[in-house]
Design a protein around this ligand. Structure first.
Ligand SMILES: Cc1ncc(COP(=O)(O)O)c(C=O)c1O
Length: 463
């Protein structure tokens, strides 16, 4: 254990001056156990504390080999430097840190442009801790807007069963009935027909996901909007759409510019994204934008002091680090439109290439191909009886790869899949290594007499 030379000496409990028992003890860390339930009695030297905590964290998986997460696991050293410089700034102190507030405002404008808002000046939006908070805010705005219509009944929200858990939380916390459209056969996400079939005068909105957490597929936002236009013509109910673009709202603008899923569709009232997913920033930053101030009831907006004036804020929490917003703006400045396009295209190329090669291995069937989100899901072919997706996940983990296996929700709980999320930093070279490891594991998997896990232990997946 190396201690800072300037370290104050720890008191020698035996009262002597043996250097091995005071602050110079090279084996100090080995003599200590970390507190689990109560604070230790005395302080420790900073380096010793750092070493001990860092050592425990070695047991975490390697973030770069984590193909389960959508969240950014690599940023440039310059971004890390900027984040470290901003770690002490509280985002909410707009008056004290007006330039951080200005960067947030610029990010909102840039997103309004990316998401094709017809009137950028009318757009209102803010940063959040992630998409979950952004979705809560969007859901609250939908509910408040509906409640002003003066309808009686219990409010409901229509969405696919494949929504991320934040929407179930929203419904529970804000007492909204979730109307979840189940999967059906090979339809793994919401369809326009199924969505409108569940709408009524108490529907506060329809959530469309770009794209689905389960398999990376885009939901048909334009079709859902058009079907709701027909509902309005027929019944007079004007039901808004919220697009949960946690991942896709930072992919589609660069890779699928022709796809109409955003504010080009008049029915899309609000959109969220996770800056910390394909926005390419470390956790936690998210964004939510409303196409027009009218879509965000004014009583939900609070004002804080800002440069002697007032700035509207809308958030569930108060204090939050400014570093992520600075890092988001840095990334916008650094990459520009072409840089984002190149990075996202690289991730999609890795995803489609890897999916194709996994399909060619033989025992696997692809559900998606990585050509929407750079994410794909695959399962074992029906004739494969020696092993299942849970065995594959476990074998890959032995080599350090984190590839989750999980069962699908209603009505496809019979289906279990593996999902791979390709992100910035997951290169063709790493994909080659993954394929090699998968190929190497197959003979042993095929030699099994059956799946080695307990099917009852498999859980649904909510990331
Ligand atoms: C579609 C979707 N919505 C919301 C979330 C929640 O995002 P966050 O982790 O940024 O709160 C996720 C996370 O995976 C997601 O995929």
């Amino acid at each position: 254990m190396v201690l800072h030379s300037g370290e104050t000496k720890r008191p020698n409990r035996r009262g002597g001056s043996n250097p091995l028992l005071d602050g110079m003890n090279p084996a100090l860390a080995a003599t200590l156990t970390l507190p689990h339930h109560r604070l230790g009695d005395e302080p420790l030297p900073a380096d010793t504390a750092l070493q001990l905590v860092r050592d425990e964290l070695l047991l975490d998986g390697n973030a770069r080999l984590n193909l389960a997460t959508f969240v950014t696991t690599w940023m440039e050293p310059q971004a890390r430097e900027l984040m470290a410089e901003c770690a002490d700034k509280n985002m909410i102190d707009k008056d004290e840190y007006p330039q951080t507030a200005e960067l947030e405002r610029r990010c909102v404008s840039i997103l309004a442009d990316l998401w094709r808002a017809p009137d950028r000046d009318a757009v209102i939006g803010c940063s959040t801790t992630g998409s979950s908070e952004a979705c809560m805010l969007a859901g609250m705005a939908l509910k408040r807007r509906w409640s002003k219509l003066g309808r009686t009944g219990k409010p409901n929200l229509v969405m696919g069963v494949n929504v991320q858990v934040c929407w179930e939380k929203f419904c529970e916390y804000w007492e909204v009935e979730p109307r979840l459209v189940p999967m059906d056969g090979d339809r793994f996400h919401l369809s326009a027909e199924e969505a409108v079939a569940r709408c009524d005068e108490n529907t506060i909105g329809v959530v469309a996901i770009l794209g689905s957490t389960f398999d990376g597929s885009y939901e048909p936002v334009a079709e859902i909007s058009a079907a709701l236009d027909e509902v309005q013509e027929r019944t007079g109910w004007d039901i808004p759409v919220h697009v949960d673009g946690a991942s896709g709202a930072m992919i589609a603008p660069f890779l699928d510019p022709e796809l109409e899923w955003d504010f080009r569709l008049p029915r899309v009232a609000s959109i969220n994204t996770s800056g910390h997913k394909y926005g390419l920033v470390y956790p936690g930053v998210g964004w939510v934008l409303w196409r027009h101030r009218d879509a965000l009831p004014s009583e939900l907006v609070f004002n804080v002091n800002y440069l002697g004036g007032e700035m509207p804020t809308f958030a569930l929490n108060f204090s939050r680090p400014g570093a992520e917003v600075a890092a988001q703006y840095y990334t916008f400045v650094r990459l520009g439109r072409e840089g984002y396009r190149a990075v996202q295209q690289a991730s999609r190329d890795v995803a489609t290439g890897l999916a194709e090669r996994i399909g060619e291995l033989g025992p696997f069937r692809l559900l998606t191909r990585g050509d929407e989100l750079p994410v794909f899901a695959f399962t074992t072919k029906p004739e494969v009886t020696a092993f299942d997706v849970f065995d594959v996940s476990r074998r890959l983990r032995e080599r350090g790869w984190l590839v989750p296996a999980y069962t699908f929700p209603d009505n496809r709980t019979d289906l279990a899949v593996l999902r791979v999320v390709c992100r910035n930093g997951f290169t063709h070279d790493l994909a080659d290594l993954l394929i090699e490891d998968l190929r190497r594991a197959l003979p042993e998997l095929e030699a099994q007499t059956g799946p080695s896990h307990d099917p009852k232990a498999s859980t649904a997946f909510h990331h």
